[in-house]
Design a protein around this ligand. Sequence first.
Ligand SMILES: Nc1nc2c(c(=O)[nH]1)N[C@H]1C(S)=C(S)[C@@H](COP(=O)(O)OP(=O)(O)OC[C@H]3O[C@@H](n4cnc5c(=O)[nH]c(N)nc54)[C@H](O)[C@@H]3O)O[C@H]1N2
Ligand SMILES: Nc1nc2c(c(=O)[nH]1)N[C@H]1C(S)=C(S)[C@@H](COP(=O)(O)OP(=O)(O)OC[C@H]3O[C@@H](n4cnc5c(=O)[nH]c(N)nc54)[C@H](O)[C@@H]3O)O[C@H]1N2
Ligand code: SF4
Ligand SMILES: [Mo]
Length: 678
Amino acid sequence: MARDDYIEIKTTCTRDCYDGCGITVLQNQDGSVYRVVGDRDHDLSRGSLCGKCALAYNGVWRDPEVRLTTPLKRTGPKGSGTFEPVSWDDAFADIAERLKGIVADRGADSILNTHYTGTCSKIAGGFPDRFFNKLGATEVEPDTVCNMAGHVGLSYVLGASALGFDPLTAKDANCILVWGANPSASAPHFHKHWLPEADAKVIVIDPIAHETAKAADMHLQLRPGTDAALAFGMAEIALRYGFIDFGFIDEAVVGWDDVHEDIRQMPVERTAELTGLDPDLIVEAAMAYARGPSLMWIGQGMQRQKMGGNAFRACAMLAAVTGNMCKPGAGLSFLNGAGARGVDTGFIAGAHLAANPRPAISHMDLADTLADKARASAIVCWNNNIMASSPEQNRLREGLSREDLFTVCVELFHTDTTTYADYVLPAASFLEADDVMFPYFNFTVGPVAQAMAPPGEARPNQDIFRGLAHAMGYDDPEFAETDREIIDRILEQLPEPMSFEDLKATGTVRTHVEAQIQFAEKRFPTPSGKIEIASDRAEADGHPRVPLPHADIGAGTGRYRVLSPATKWTMNSSYANDPRIRAKMEGPVCFINPRDAGAENIADGARVRLSNDQGALELSATITTDVTPGSLLVYKGVWPMFDDVSHANVNVLNPGDKTDMGESCCVHGVEAALEVLG
Ligand SMILES: Nc1nc2c(c(=O)[nH]1)N[C@H]1C(S)=C(S)[C@@H](COP(=O)(O)OP(=O)(O)OC[C@H]3O[C@@H](n4cnc5c(=O)[nH]c(N)nc54)[C@H](O)[C@@H]3O)O[C@H]1N2
Ligand SMILES: Nc1nc2c(c(=O)[nH]1)N[C@H]1C(S)=C(S)[C@@H](COP(=O)(O)OP(=O)(O)OC[C@H]3O[C@@H](n4cnc5c(=O)[nH]c(N)nc54)[C@H](O)[C@@H]3O)O[C@H]1N2
Ligand code: SF4
Ligand SMILES: [Mo]
């Protein structure tokens, strides 16, 4: 049959991805789904899904044999993975009774709530927070496992961290810096279309020669953790050659005088020494950027370093002093929240339902907290696979193995985390419920439209938490608010309000048709209203008042820096249970620079072992100059249960050290010893 013979339902990918692709679900005439494909009308993805979603949405995500289809209750010992099916009513009643008992005996704050971006759609991703706010559970601060350092660092300078440039403005840019992001994996259609089609010099700053770096006009393959020094060095070149924009500084920036001397102290020779880069390359990149107009995309990879918050402040300083802000073709972007499109979705989480300020801990403290019976009586984990994604994997496993820890998981699949649950509740996927999606780069909004029935008895997250709220006896009207009412409250805030029916008929729409100029009024939501290179707030929070020209020194002798960024074949750990995806990933691999491989006597394809005081991991070696000497690359996302040898993934090496700001994860700062196995 031709595509036209199917019923087409337009929806939006809800993964944690910059692209936010439009999707078309092709339905058979009987209402069953034939295939999930790209929406040809979506102007970024143009009818194609990325490779991983094309496989997974037509693989495990719709496979009722693999999906969870009924609530399950543990029957064997903790971690045995043995369960029996139970009814929703029984599951809700028992879970509510257990939680109430814990609240009465040990306090609601001994119930931990872990969640993240399993689905980024607004209701399935946000509504469950109403339940936890009402309960008073301890929030395991989601962003600490991803990007909190960047949010905190950037907010000191700009007053906000999710109000980035509009990608449409690339048409006016002469230069685009992609700094510490890997679009070829994490934003595949920005890599494939947006960057090549911009009439601009593309410069990638990244320790790894990934596909975007290879396709760029220039690649600065610096040592990890040396970005702040590079930003100061680039500012020095701008100063030396007359590209500091003093007019803009006078009008919109505070703190130039406080950093001027540090900038002067970073001549290119010193910058080259600290970063490991060729001086000529630094000068060429700095000149192209400073001349502008230039865009700077600061990726999440860069802030996953010990001084990641400082690095972001230094990058924002460079944008400010070169005047690459507030005009067409210029700007700085980390992420774009719904607020960048004028929509406030904060009401979905129901923060006002919390009787007291909600207690919170960092993901970096999760394993510690679970080890402490007084602080952790229960954990509820939804939209999040902590056994694959969070640090201290061995200690986390120990914590979750506690027989007396009451554990509830809400999931699509049996994962390494659900193995330790007392109850596993089956969630419906984004293909199975209505919702709305605000992708975090383009200024768009997309419909999430139900295209099929959930498998078995699976329910959307929001319905599961409505059910639990009812069982707990919560009668606040917030729990009775319907999905449709929430969708309408969101869509009526759009610059051009529209109905959900219209959105579903159109598919993804731009909320702003003309390219937006970031901070066009030159007013910033900081205390001074200006860009704050020097920040009293940072100082009051115990940080330096200004960014520092910091560069990490490399790992000690016999140790390597282990970078574990995104692979193009998984979405965090999602999809790694799909056999066709696993075939693409070719098992756990460690990429090693030829110089290090020579020194360690490692041949291509050899078995190697990475270890530190956290744990150990066996991998096969691939020798490549794509990584710098002293650094290793091991992709994130493997499910420990699918590694027959180590029963672990790269997070078994991650000690959960905190970044300089935001108690966030410096996962690209992990160090380990490397040995070849006989
Ligand atoms: N080593 C290393 N570790 C990292 C990172 C790294 O760079 N290196 N990156 C970190 C980052 S950036 C992040 S964001 C975290 C991500 O970590 P996680 O939030 O754990 O992301 P996933 O591993 O994709 O797990 C999401 C889970 O949600 C489930 N899910 C999907 N849709 C739904 C739904 O509708 N309802 C429910 N209930 N569940 C659903 C999926 O099946 C999946 O198991 O990992 C971090 N971990
Ligand atoms: N295919 C796929 N796409 C994804 C994800 C996925 O897991 N898979 N995850 C999603 C999520 S949750 C997130 S947060 C984003 C993350 O996506 P990105 O923002 O691209 O972040 P990472 O993948 O962690 O790392 C990006 C790059 O940062 C580099 N890097 C590491 N340390 C440094 C450093 O010190 N300096 C510099 N300049 N660069 C450094 C790494 O080498 C890597 O190439 O991607 C999203 N998209
Ligand atoms: S994960 Fe990203 S690239 Fe893949 S289909 Fe979804 S939005 Fe598009
Ligand atoms: Mo993330």
